[in-house]
Design a binder for this molecule. Structure first.
Ligand SMILES: *Cc1c(COP(=O)(O)O)cnc(C)c1O
Length: 422
């Protein structure tokens, strides 16, 4: 049996209706922005393999550091024990985060980083003896992950429907604009006694459709939160590590979040790892003689040394001047394409933030994720050797920073062809 036949016998793929799924493409190896399939075909990974592979595939520096760590210490229980990679990573990362972040709490992925952040905030008020601040504020189209807490604070959609009644109650708001900002601020002030925290994806809502909004209005929301004692959580799982043009998207704000959630690009996309950081205010609310004030949370693989080593290696690469130059280059290429393609009659909207550009197809009234357009576009680009996974009628490019101008030009050209042909 070939690999695909073996796969179909034993594997259940994510986000996939297995009854009529396309046959999966078997990838044998990767290098830089390219993925190589068993049949000899080469693909440009234009979505950084679900937004994680920021430096390209099989990066030699990360591979070398991971291999070395594997031969030294592969894992150790992280309660009562510590190790060099976990401490060094926290020491190097915390000062880079905007907002006087003082403590790092490790977990395994973006969803768990969000769960930890929510627990920190909800228990913060509990530890303070406040029994009314229990509600979370979030954006209507937010995406914060697939575990139950993370799903609860994400927008309600076809993905959450089967669990709707089990998700906890959240106060959802629209993205802030010049028109609604004062209403949103009043809402926060009116709900002051109920709101424990506000969780948000800064500058761009990823899975919700690459929806972009201005730092200026987010700043005004955060100011209202601070004024009304609502804790703030920046979910930078997607936006972190250069994606929006700055090291963290929150650098583009003047208000400082209390908590950050990181994952995806953290290990350079090498392996799973989540990180929740907080400032002294949060941490100190858990310091007590009273054991009930402890943060009782942990995972078997908390602070896995190999994942920490991968993160440290990824950080080395990120801090090289060449990486920032690449980020600025991708940003400038996207900007040129934006200027060229905006106003195209088949596009409802084109938007760009940093290294992400999103194009929204005009579909009349049919905008559902399940519409045939999404599958047609997906297959069209695969045929052309490009991995793009449209979110419904929204195509976006979110590439590894090392992508060449030639490969970007090829993707832009192919999108233009798709506009002509589909
Ligand atoms: C992907 C994502 C998550 C969830 O991360 P997983 O590692 O997939 O669990 C959370 N928040 C944001 C903003 C994300 O983009």
């Amino acid at each position: 049996m070939n690999l695909v036949a073996r796969d179909q016998k034993v594997i259940w793929h994510p986000y996939t209706q297995m009854k009529n799924a396309l046959t999966p493409i078997s990838i044998t190896h990767g290098e830089g922005v390219y993925l190589y399939a068993e049949d000899g075909k080469k693909y440009i990974d234009a979505v950084s393999s679900w937004w994680v592979t920021i430096h390209g595939h099989a990066h030699p520096h990360i591979a070398q550091k991971v291999a070395k760590q594997l031969q030294t210490l592969e894992h150790v229980i992280f309660a009562g024990f510590t190790h060099e990679p976990a401490v060094t990573l926290a020491e190097r990362l915390l000062p880079l985060l905007p907002g006087q972040q003082e403590k790092a709490f490790y977990s395994d992925n973006g969803s768990t980083a969000v769960e930890v952040a929510l627990k920190m905030c909800l228990q913060y008020w509990n530890n303070k003896g406040n029994t009314t601040k229990k509600k979370v504020l979030a954006f209507k189209d937010a995406y914060h992950g697939d575990t139950f807490g993370a799903m609860s604070v994400s927008g309600r959609s076809i993905f959450t429907n089967p669990f709707a009644e089990l998700l906890f109650d959240v106060e959802f708001i629209d993205l802030p604009t010049a028109e609604n900002i004062s209403n949103l601020q009043s809402k926060i002030s009116n709900l002051k006694s109920e709101l424990a925290c506000f969780i948000f994806e800064p500058l761009i809502l990823g899975a919700g459709g690459m929806l972009m909004y201005e730092a200026k209005y987010l700043d005004q929301l955060l100011a209202a939160c601070t004024e009304n004692e609502v804790l703030t959580i920046a979910d930078e799982v997607m936006t972190g590590f250069g994606r929006t043009g700055t090291f963290f998207a929150s650098e583009q704000l003047s208000n400082r979040p209390d908590i950050f959630c990181l994952s995806k690009g953290l290990t350079g996309g090498t392996m799973p790892m989540g990180l929740t950081t907080c400032n002294a205010k949060i941490f100190e609310a858990f310091l007590s003689e009273d054991k009930l004030k402890t943060l009782y949370h942990g995972h078997s693989f908390t602070a896995n040394p190999v994942a920490c080593a991968a993160s440290l290696a990824s950080l080395d690469i990120l801090l090289e001047p060449a990486t920032l130059a690449n980020i600025k280059r991708v940003e400038a290429q996207h900007r040129q394409f934006f200027e060229q393609i905006k106003g195209h009659p088949k596009l409802r909207n084109v938007r760009q933030t940093g290294t992400i550009i999103a194009l929204e197809w005009e579909t009349g009234n049919d905008t559902s994720y399940l519409s045939g357009l999404r599958d047609r576009l997906y297959t069209y680009f695969l045929t052309k050797g490009i991995i793009l996974r449209p979110l419904g009628n929204i195509i976006y490019i979110l590439p590894p920073y090392v992508i060449s101008n030639d490969d970007l030009a090829y993707i832009y050209r192919t999108i233009q062809q798709a506009l002509d042909e589909i």
